[in-house]
Write a protein that binds this ligand. Structure first.
Ligand SMILES: Nc1ncnc2c1ncn2[C@@H]1O[C@H](COP(=O)(O)OP(=O)(O)O)[C@@H](O)[C@H]1O
Ligand SMILES: [Mg+2]
Length: 369
């Protein structure tokens, strides 16, 4: 095990910002901490970096107690969202900086520093920028340089706090792939913080979903996507339709819905809540069904369809436009769910969710984070 955390707890005044974090990161692994703003991601990263200390808990690296080590002794590379490069230094000088300020005994010679920087410039595919100043770089180029600066000291762990957060979507996607390939070649244990689900899922070996200072779920991206462990994770991952259902012999039932495609679940008989993605709900024409279509709008590739029942239930579905030809407002439909996640009981326990919703048992609501 490379990095091991147990029961990490941090309070600011009365507020418990980290509430017992247990997390092991394997050597060479790329982990994403994913969670909404305020969930404690940066606080945890700062504790790992040695910029802050927990009130309780343990943190070790390869068996050494890191709570006894200063930030400098831990040899960590960090990149932040707004990591200002030194404006009066070229890219080459910025990347060399961490090496030039090492204590004399550890500092490589000038020629060796120049060689290390040249190697990094090539490795990070930014050689052409070497003699430019930060003001002559795009945002994406600056973050590549910032990573170069973090890597120059040959860190044992890389910590990246929303490093692409200020950049536009296309640049982010490019940098994400670039970072993954850099990680695969360099193999440095990396923790990447983001509130962007797509970014976490595309980049990481494992994703850690945080909420309110606790870890809600740890898993490979596909595990988390297919099997969110808690209502919070389900909502956060876009399962925004919450349907009260009744469990009978392992199957969920709800009026107007066809739920037979969902796998049987070992849940107690009685009330439960089914979480669905709008894209996993298919309206099927059915004159006898209690739902009718009240809105159909196109977003380009998708049709956004709203179905309402006489009892006031309102369900939003997304249908690929090429599959939606027969759909018209006013027509009666039954709603077929092709995938979803069921949790026992009525999931109105949204205390830890930032979306506090007033849910009446029969009113179906959509909740978006
Ligand atoms: N130095 C501090 N003093 C008081 N409260 C803080 C401090 N640092 C963070 N917090 C609070 O801790 C919570 C978690 O913050 P943070 O770790 O920055 O979350 P995230 O990075 O997930 O957005 C927030 O409510 C924030 O206001
Ligand atoms: Mg943060």
């Amino acid at each position: 095990m490379s990095l091991a955390m147990s029961n990490i707890t941090r309070r600011f005044g009365q507020t418990e910002v980290l509430r017992g974090i247990d997390l092991d990161v394997a050597k060479g692994e790329l982990i994403a901490l994913l969670g909404p703003s305020g969930s404690g991601k940066t606080t945890l990263l700062r504790i790992i970096a040695g910029l802050d200390w927990p009130d309780a808990g343990n943190l070790s690296f390869e068996g050494q107690d890191w709570l006894l080590k200063t930030a400098a002794q831990r040899k960590i590379g960090m990149v932040f969202q707004h990591y200002a490069l030194f404006p009066h230094m070229t890219v080459r000088e910025n990347i060399a900086f961490g090496l030039t300020v090492l204590p004399r005994a550890q500092r490589p010679g000038k020629a060796q520093i120049a060689e290390t920087v040249q190697r990094l410039l090539t490795f990070l595919q930014i050689s052409q920028l070497a003699d430019r100043y930060p003001s002559e770089l795009s945002g994406g180029q600056r973050q590549r340089v910032a990573l170069g600066r973090a890597m120059a000291i040959e860190p044992r762990v890389l910590l990246l706090d929303e490093p692409f957060g200020a950049l536009d979507a296309q640049v982010r996607r490019d940098l994400r792939r670039w970072l993954r390939s850099v990680h695969d070649s360099a193999g440095i244990t990396t923790i990447f913080v983001t509130h962007d689900q797509e970014e976490a899922f595309e980049l990481a070996d494992r994703v850690v979903v945080m909420n309110g200072g606790v870890i809600e779920q740890i898993g490979r991206p596909d595990q988390i996507y297919d099997h969110p462990a808690t209502p919070f994770v389900a909502r956060f991952l876009g399962l925004t339709v919450e349907l009260p259902v009744v469990m009978k012999a392992g199957r969920a039932e709800a009026a107007g819905f066809d739920l037979t495609a969902l796998p049987r679940r070992a849940l107690p008989e009685g009330p439960a809540t089914l979480f669905l993605r709008p894209a996993d709900i298919q309206p099927v024409a059915d004159p006898a069904a209690p739902f009718h279509l009240t809105e159909i709008s196109s977003t380009g590739a998708l049709l956004r369809v709203v179905a309402e029942s006489d009892s006031g239930c309102r369900i939003e579905a997304e249908v690929p436009r090429r599959d939606g030809h027969g759909l018209e407002t006013g027509m009666n439909v039954s709603l077929c769910a092709v995938a979803g996640q069921i949790f026992p009981g009525l999931a109105s326990q949204r205390a830890s969710s930032p979306v506090a919703a007033e849910t009446t048992p029969h009113a179906l609501k959509e909740n978006r984070l």
